[in-house]
Design a protein around this ligand. Structure first.
Ligand SMILES: [Zn+2]
Length: 97
């Protein structure tokens, strides 16, 4: 997907456990719209509009958020998010030896 853009979100929400290579080994539940419509350019230079639902819709939202500097933990409550960041810091320190 080149220059992807979500053009619409469905009204129905879903809660899915998400993880991310940017925050290894930690998984949290996030609520997101169950359906999205995404517009992008494919590898042949064609403009494509695709509707996605369920897990694929979650993946698209998660990955497109990265393009805007947003991580899935940004959707957690401040308390939970702070806890994740603490755990992540501990992991990073352990990994650094
Ligand atoms: Zn990610």
């Amino acid at each position: 997907m080149i220059n992807p853009e979500i053009t619409s979100f469905g009204d129905q929400m879903q809660v899915t456990e998400e993880g991310c290579l940017s925050i290894p080994e930690l998984y949290y539940e996030v609520e997101r719209p169950n359906d999205v419509t995404v517009k992008y350019t494919d590898l042949d230079g064609q403009e494509v509009t695709k509707e996605a639902e369920g897990k694929l819709a979650v993946c698209i939202q998660h990955e497109l958020d990265h393009l805007d500097g947003v991580l899935y933990i940004d959707y957690l409550s401040r308390l939970k998010r702070d806890r994740v960041i603490k755990k992540f810091d501990k992991q990073a320190k352990r990994a650094a030896g």
